[in-house]
Design a protein around this ligand. Structure first.
Ligand SMILES: [Mn+2]
Length: 291
């Protein structure tokens, strides 16, 4: 049932495909069959809304899946933070829906308030607990945010809140650090991504999460899964199940896209062009893998 993709062989396809991902500002947006984005965390200072707006300006699709943690209700409850760019992101999504794009919102743990509205439509946006997306080449992908697989959140919610604060703190340091780096003419560097990659327990946690999500997808009879939550973009097969994580718009600025022929690809987007520090040094990064 999994014929047609090969994790190792496909890795370099993205490199060749990436050339076509570059868009001239005067040409229209690149059209995909589906776009999956998650972990935008609107309402927090860490959210890279301007970069996301730039991404959305350059890409359109038949389906748009918002795979959770789109709005950060946890942070907004503590402190109201809602700049114009965050509003623009929401407007842009609603406009996509009006233009006929099928927009599905799958709430995550940070926007769990929206789980009360599962089964309803808002401005053409359908709110669902989870869903199944069938690719053009007939693969059934289970779409879920993924927080149900987070043991920490399942067992002790207060611990998750503490972890959340620590994460916010790391991001804060990260911003100061990168302001300094930009002044010195150095490119953007993600401290928290570095830490998460270095800390062994974090790596174990990531692997456990990925395996757990893939196992659940298999048990449900699907060929693959698309999730978010752990802020780590990935696309690989785990015991025959295609595991896709669309990453986030706090650090990696990544999206999972499905081409018209069903081919899936992870796309990384550069920092916003309007921001002088990072934009000058950080080139627009492009897809690195496809399946
Ligand atoms: Mn989450």
């Amino acid at each position: 049932m999994l014929a047609g993709f090969d994790a190792l062989g496909a890795n370099w396809q993205g490199v060749t495909a990436s050339a076509s991902t570059e868009v001239d500002d005067d040409s229209g947006p690149l059209r995909y069959r589906a776009i999956f984005i998650s972990d935008i965390h609107l309402g927090t200072a860490g959210c890279q809304a301007t970069a996301l707006l730039d991404f959305m300006k350059h890409h359109s699709s038949d389906y748009l899946y918002l795979v959770g943690d789109i709005v950060d209700g946890w942070q907004l409850r503590r402190r109201w933070f809602w700049p114009q760019a965050h509003n623009d992101v929401v407007q842009k999504m609603l406009r996509q829906a009006r233009k006929g794009c099928k927009v599905v919102f799958i709430p995550g743990n940070h926007d769990e308030f929206a789980r009360a509205f599962v089964g309803h439509h808002f401005g053409g946006v359908e709110v669902l607990e989870d869903t199944v997306h069938t690719t053009a080449d007939g693969r059934a992908l289970w779409v879920t945010h993924g927080d149900y697989f987070d043991g920490v959140i399942q067992c002790a919610k207060w611990l998750a809140y503490v972890g959340d604060n620590l994460y916010e703190f790391t991001l804060k340091i990260n911003r100061y650090l990168n302001t300094l780096r930009a002044r010195m003419g150095l490119p953007y560097w993600s401290l928290s991504a570095y830490l998460k990659n270095k800390v062994k327990t974090a790596v174990n946690y990531v692997t456990d999460f990925e395996v757990a999500v893939a196992n659940e997808a298999r048990q449900r009879g699907h060929q693959g899964v698309v999730c978010g939550h752990i802020h780590r973009a990935e696309m690989r097969t785990i015991d025959g199940i295609l595991y896709c994580n669309d990453g986030d718009w706090v650090e990696s600025r990544s999206a999972l896209v499905e081409h018209m022929d069903g081919r899936l690809e992870l796309v990384y987007w550069g920092s916003e062009p309007g921001k002088p520090d990072a934009a000058a040094t950080a080139p627009r990064q492009l897809a690195h893998s496809s399946l």
